[in-house]
Design a protein around this ligand. Structure first.
Ligand SMILES: Cc1cc2nc3c(=O)[nH]c(=O)nc-3n(C[C@H](O)[C@H](O)[C@H](O)COP(=O)(O)OP(=O)(O)OC[C@H]3O[C@@H](n4cnc5c(N)ncnc54)[C@H](O)[C@@H]3O)c2cc1C
Length: 367
């Protein structure tokens, strides 16, 4: 029986009770209906790049989605609607859109996995996320096996989350539709991520050539071990292991001044008040409760866990290129990955009072 150590990019985990591969959407719908009629224990699988399963495996049937197909649904002067089946490779779709001269997905180059799963955690990188261009998903609802189109605004898309990830909505993403913009000038979307616009030698908010943006993103990602590469042991991971925590401004102020932080909502404007009214500052200013996003990678290093760190005798280690990724250095177990993750959560919690939350889907594992 196929094991999750072969099905996931972290290369750990035991076997599922059942395993079926689907190459067409029609077969997938029929297969899901048949499996759901027999059992409640099932699980969808794409590229296995955001999934860590226990060494004992799972008592469930895996539906491995390898459906293919990209269709241009609608091209109305300003936007092009592109639909891709769930099993298409995410990066293949990104490369295809760039080759077709449409912009919107280029900063998401190099993210592993399938198109269907891109919605599950609203993948994001270098200043963009799937929710920026998502129109709708073609969804097979569990347990009714009803097929329906769900618009993006009903998916509760947030920072690496969606209604499908939280299981408010259960079922299988069969396909995804994006609205992209024809890039008649060959230029990208405005670049908002500092590392990226600096690498391209443009100012914040400026654009660059679509292909140049892809190349720069791939190079930045490779320097952090964030592109799957058989020659790079740091890419044997599930990507970022922890979410960047969102805390109140008050908590963020307790950290050293050099701790990176970003306003989640637009930065509050300066409030100009006559001195006589100085006691009437608006509550948002005095309460310090504006949400602020922190860098989990920075918190990990600040807490004393360096890149490359591993626990004695363990084959799981923090990536030597990026402190946010846990890697399998060869022959690690899921238990070793979870043990290192727990160590990081506890150490950062003790040092900073902030408890990191894992980003990948964990099955049968506690962190
Ligand atoms: C090296 C590396 C770098 C990464 N960089 C990033 C990054 O920059 N940004 C980012 O956001 N993520 C990143 N990731 C995480 C990962 O690539 C994404 O989350 C990706 O979308 C997962 O796709 P997948 O097909 O591999 O999903 P899987 O791992 O197969 O599945 C993940 C979850 O989604 C569910 N699922 C999968 N397909 C479907 C479907 N069709 N319908 C319903 N449920 C489904 C599974 O049941 C599981 O719960 C990275 C991962 C790696 C290994």
């Amino acid at each position: 029986m196929t094991s999750f150590s072969e099905l996931t990019t972290m290369r750990v985990g035991g076997s599922p009770a059942g395993y079926e591969v689907f190459h067409t959407t029609r077969e997938l719908v029929a297969g899901a209906q048949r499996i759901w009629a027999e059992t409640d224990a099932w699980m969808a699988l794409g590229g296995g790049s955001n999934l860590i399963v226990a060494d004992s495996g799972i008592d469930a049937t895996v539906l491995h989605i390898q459906t293919r197909g990209v269709t241009v649904k609608k091209a109305t002067g300003k936007k092009v609607q592109i639909h891709a089946e769930a099993g298409e490779g995410w990066d293949d779709l990104v490369a295809h859109t760039i080759a077709q001269g449409v912009r919107g997905l280029e900063t998401l180059s190099g993210i592993p996995g399938s198109v269907g799963a891109s919605v599950i955690q609203n993948i994001g990188a270098y200043g963009a996320e799937v929710s920026d261009t998502l129109v709708s998903i073609d969804f097979l609802e569990y347990p009714s096996a009803q097929r329906r189109t769900i618009p993006a605004d009903e998916l509760e898309l947030g920072l690496r989350t969606s209604a499908v990830k939280t299981e408010t909505l259960r079922g299988i993403v069969l396909g995804v539709t994006f609205a992209l913009e024809p890039a008649t000038d060959g230029q990208s979307i405005p670049l908002l991520y500092e590392q990226l616009y600096r690498a391209l030698g443009v100012a914040e908010g400026e654009r660059a050539g679509l292909a140049d943006v892809r190349e720069a993103v791939l190079a930045l990602r490779a320097s952090k071990g964030m592109v799957l590469d058989p020659r790079d042991p740091d890419s044997v991971s599930a990507g970022s292991f922890f979410l960047n925590p969102i805390v109140s401004e008050k908590v963020a102020r307790g950290l050293p001044a050099d701790a990176p932080r970003w306003w989640v909502e637009p930065e509050p404007e300066d409030v100009v008040l006559p001195l006589a009214e100085k006691d009437n500052l608006p509550s948002t200013v005095s309460a310090g409760d504006m949400p602020v996003k922190l860098s989990a990678a920075w918190l990990i290093e600040y807490s004393g866990i360096p890149k490359g760190f591993s626990l004695p005798g363990s084959k799981a280690a923090v990536s030597s290129k990026h402190s946010l990724a846990i890697t399998n250095r060869g022959g690690a177990t899921a238990a070793e990955v979870a043990e290192l993750a727990r160590y990081i959560v506890t150490t950062v919690g003790n040092a900073c009072g902030i408890y990191l939350v894992p980003e990948p889907t964990l099955v049968g594992l506690e962190v």
